[in-house]
Design a protein around this ligand. Structure first.
Ligand SMILES: [Zn+2]
Length: 110
């Protein structure tokens, strides 16, 4: 188990083991980060990682987590963006139990 040195925003340079760090790489963009919980203040940290840092951490025994961008990013959007008024209308609709039940029933029935 390798010793990993990282920098906590509050505590400065800290040391931990490779089991305390996770490397995350986005399969779609190739962007890499590493995450850890500071061994001194326990704050969770996430830092950008260049490809050579990702390779070094993986070679040191750090776990690799690959992830994909959410599929919603590929959805085609139509209409105007949601406004503050739209959110207020939605909130009012959610408090109308009769209408909510009717709308949910309509969704379930298709
Ligand atoms: Zn800290």
């Amino acid at each position: 188990m390798a010793t990993i040195r990282a920098t906590c925003a509050e505590c400065g340079d800290v040391e931990m083991t490779s089991d305390d760090v996770v490397v995350r790489v986005c399969v779609d963009t190739g962007a890499g980060t590493y995450t850890f919980r500071c061994p001194e203040c326990r704050v969770a940290m996430a830092k950008d990682a260049e490809p050579r840092v990702v390779e070094l951490l993986i070679a040191s025994g750090v776990k690799l987590h690959r992830w994909h961008l959410p599929a919603e990013l590929d959805e085609i959007r139509v209409g105007k963006p949601i406004s503050h008024d739209d959110l207020l209308d939605f909130h009012r609709l959610l408090t109308d139990e009769t209408r909510l039940e009717a709308e949910l029933g309509r969704m379930v029935e298709g």
